[in-house]
Design a protein around this ligand. Structure first.
Ligand code: HEM
Length: 509
């Protein structure tokens, strides 16, 4: 008997059963625990609206960042997302982020096999993306102190950055004179070399020249992980790494990270062979070897040294390089701001000497411009997942059960209309109060918040300032084709940067 031949009573009962079943599924997905934040499946708002679903799926595939921001604006600062049977929470808004980040329990990371395979040979090692708990605590404490010691050591990091800037300016001037170069192709790629060198300086190894093929290869490996749009979703949906095209992406990332680690393994071996405790530390590797020798803690293993160094590269090179690229981008899009920065440097430093970090206090507009770029084009706008592994949390009145991964959408604060007037407008003057004094609002959180905030904040600030101010002192930047300027759109996966663009460079003296 066909469905049409059923009695009205049977059809009615069937409809009721199906409706109840659908409601149960809907409830399981949208309200799986008590006092639960509002839910979204793969970008679907809980009130099902096909047009909206289509728009959100479109937005997620083109820009997960904007999609997250929109979901938070529409549903509130705490939302539950569900994909492939997994549940996670996105947390936005300053209050919720502060509340979550100040809890001791939230320094932990949830166990995520895919992330650990992609990042650290399947094991929770080092002090960065893949790890929480006592190992993270010990290694992070050590790394924080090591960075501090290296700033203040005999051959401080600032000096190494200053030297890198010197080489960059020389190289650009030589290219312009030798090849009559006026247009630097793929600006972002060019600045990868000096920024990678800063991190090589931090671990204690020697620098590469602009002609070396090696740093470009290294950055290529790092970008295979950091720039992969699907890397985030892959860590979130179970077993997806066995399904094409994810299986191919997964394999590519594993191979790239293995290749990157080969260089690190070689450098660590070289430093071990020449390590001399009576000399001042050359960098992070020497400090670690010393701690290892002295038996300073439980987790000073060779693998932790390897992944700790990798943490510094992963978290430190792309972020500073992409910030510098964004700075150049905004200067060519806003030539009036560029002129004001140059005027300030000309008036207060001149052209007879390099700009140093000590000049920062005397260059407030330059400082405000860097902060505004870091706000509007944050390179790390969504943090890696964290979770309380010991107890349920109550944030903003909602319960987040233990073990549920939580990602902080810093973008929702940095671009939130509750915190900034006209948040999508590029305006360095927003950092000055009515008396012309530079003020840093509480909502300026590009380095995140709380116990797991960035450990390289100082290095990022020093490096970006010295590079940017000296480039502005020496050169003017403009679009290759003024009628077709590059886009402000950020692209990325774990970290974000502008699409590569060409820039016209003119020496100022
Ligand atoms: C402009 C430059 C930079 C920005 C905007 C930035 C931003 C961030 C953000 C948003 C996080 C995530 C924090 C969280 O999970 O709550 C982070 C983590 C981290 N950053 Fe940075 N960062 C920058 C430069 C650096 C540099 C230069 C280094 C070191 C060489 C570094 C090392 C780290 C490390 C190791 C972590 C992981 C910390 C942990 O999970 O405990 N960062 N950074």
């Amino acid at each position: 008997m066909s469905f049409a031949e059923q009695s009205p009573l049977t059809v009615g009962i069937l409809i009721i059963v199906i409706t109840l079943l659908l409601k149960k599924i809907h409830k399981a997905i949208f309200a799986p625990w008590e006092n639960c934040p509002p839910g979204v499946i793969l970008g679907m708002p809980s009130s099902f609206n096909p047009v909206k679903v289509y728009q959100q799926v479109q937005l997620i595939s083109s820009s997960p960042l904007k999609a997250f921001h929109q979901m938070i604006q529409e549903n509130g600062p705490i939302i539950r997302i569900s994909t492939g049977g997994n549940i996670a929470v996105l947390l936005g808004g300053l209050e919720a982020i502060k509340e979550f980040s100040s809890m001791e329990e939230t320094t932990a990371r949830p166990y995520n096999k895919t992330l650990l395979d992609l990042y650290s040979m399947g094991e929770p090692l080092g002090f960065g993306i893949g790890i929480g708990g006592p190992r993270w605590k010990e290694q992070r404490r050590f790394a924080t102190k090591a960075l501090k010691d290296l700033y203040e050591g005999q051959r401080g990091l600032e000096e190494k950055i200053q030297r890198e800037v010197y080489h960059t300016i020389q190289d650009l001037r030589e290219r312009i004179a030798r090849d009559k170069m006026r247009v630097l192709a793929k600006t972002g790629t060019y600045f990868e070399v000096p920024n990678l060198n800063v991190i090589w300086g931090l671990v204690g190894a020697s620098r590469y020249t602009f002609e070396d093929a090696e740093p470009k290869k290294q950055f290529g490996y790092l970008r295979t992980l950091l720039g992969e749009k699907l890397a985030g979703p892959m860590t979130f949906v179970p077993y997806i790494n066995s399904v094409p095209p994810f299986s191919r992406i997964y394999k590519n990332i594993i191979n790239a990270m293995d290749s990157f680690r080969e260089t690190l393994i070689r450098v660590i071996a070289e430093q071990k062979a020449t390590f001399d405790e009576s000399n001042p530390p050359r960098g992070y590797i020497d400090l670690f070897l010393k701690a290892q020798k002295e038996g300073q803690g439980e987790f000073f293993t060779n693998k932790d040294l390897l992944i700790g160094c990798q943490d510094l590269f992963i978290a430190g090179s792309e972020t500073t390089s992409s910030s510098l690229t964004s700075l150049i981008l905004y200067m060519i899009l806003y030539p009036d701001v560029q002129k004001r920065v140059q005027q300030e440097i000309d008036d207060r430093v001149g052209t007879d000497r390099e700009v140093t970090f000590a000049d920062k206090a005397n260059l407030p507009f330059t400082d405000a411009t860097i902060m505004e770029v870091r706000r509007i084009a944050s390179p790390f706008p969504v943090t890696p997942p964290r979770a309380s592994m010991t107890k349920d949390l109550v944030i903003g009145g909602y319960t987040i059960p233990k073990g549920v991964p939580v990602q902080l959408v810093l973008y929702s604060v940095l671009r939130g209309k509750d915190y900034w007037e006209d948040p999508d407008k590029f305006d360095p003057d927003r950092f000055f109060d009515d008396h012309g004094k530079l003020v840093v609002p509480e909502a300026f959180i590009p380095f995140s918040y709380g116990k797991r905030r960035c450990i390289g904040e100082k290095l990022g600030i020093v490096s970006n300032f010295i590079f940017f101010a000296n480039l502005m002192q020496n050169f003017s930047f403009s679009p290759e084709d003024p009628k077709n300027p590059p886009s402000e759109e950020l692209v990325g996966g774990l970290t974000y940067c502008p699409e590569p663009f060409n820039v016209r460079i003119t020496p100022r003296f």
